[in-house]
Design a protein around this ligand. Sequence first.
Ligand code: NAD
Ligand code: IPM
Ligand code: MN
Length: 373
Amino acid sequence: MQKIGVIPGDGIGPEVIEQARRVVDVLAEKRKLEFEFEEFPVGAGHYLKTGEVLSEETIHRLSRKDAILLGAMGDPRVAPGILEKGILLRLRFHFDQFVNLRPVKLFEGVPTPLSESSPKIDIQFVRENTEDFYVGLGGRVKEGLSKTELTLLRRTFEAKFDVGIDLKDEEELAFQIGVITRHGARRIMEFAFELAKRKGIGLVTSVDKANVLTDMYGLWREACEEAAQKYKIDKEFQYVDAVALHMVRNPQRFKLVVVPNLFGDILTDLGAALQGGLGIAPSGNINPSGVSMFEPVRGSAPDIAGKGMANPIGAILSCALMVETLGHVEAARDIENAVKAVLKAGRHRTPDLGGKTSTAGMGDAVISQLRMQ
Ligand code: NAD
Ligand code: IPM
Ligand code: MN
């Protein structure tokens, strides 16, 4: 029995998670697996009612699960950042989910904005998930002289930044500090090269902006170099701007991309667009020796919430990643194959893919395919 904590969250989160759970139930029956789900009412609704973002008690209960399944965070009634940082990022950091695995695969029958109708896109994005400009160090200074001490407290180190700013004739200054550690860079490279080895991928593309942000990404490159030598797998360094260009012009050339947190956030939305839109893209926030959390790449899509229009495929494929990470590789392939077959047949498509199928209708289609396989 494996225990899954479910956070349906905001906007379309609950609708797509409902379909994903139905798929997992059918899969469990088919493969004789046992999953026990417990729902956690965390998100905008809970926050607006109680003023509480995420309690220690909830974190503690989640820490006893084998995995977490999350719908989406973010609500127009709540200031940006409160839920995204207070729940999503807090959980990623708390559970030290240092890998954000985002496979970008273009399935047959899915419309892509690229001129070539069906280029072979199959890229494993390995996004670092705990460092870089996401560490939350920053501030704003409005007038005169200011001194601030910023602290970053992590299991392996504590960094204090004494910031002294004299604004003189300047009106206002805002700053944000990025951090990369040797340990942080090393472990994401290890994961990336290990994955390349497991999947028989011969080239790892490492992304950075080492021509401008020389310190952080200098260290990033050294860690990549080290891992490439250890694993005897080829690597290439590419600047993030060039990767954006190549992803549109020639996405086939990428197989596995290892990327720092912020650039990874941006490139994986571009990747989602190439694979048919945000409704399709899955992701896993992974701690290989801890509690991992699975969620679709996109946000809460408040513009279509409650209308039965949301595409649940991203959530369903996130469950495939979850099931695979929990050790059931063949069961994960079952889900992926069912999705693949439904998309290829083309009879069922949600409005984001140009069709009329509802969220539940899409869930039904995947389930009947899964039963037939
Ligand atoms: P979004 O991803 O919610 O929506 C972008 C566009 O994509 C919208 O037009 C939406 O309708 C469409 N879309 C997204 N998912 C879809 C689906 N499954 N089916 C069909 N169409 C879909 O991004 P946004 O509008 O920039 O952000 C909305 C909120 O979500 C904000 O509060 C933001 O901070 C938050 N957010 C959360 C996450 C997360 O929980 N991981 C990720 C990104 C944004
Ligand atoms: C994502 C989202 C999050 C991120 C936000 C909502 C904090 O955009 O999961 O890609 O930036 O990582
Ligand atoms: Mn994002």
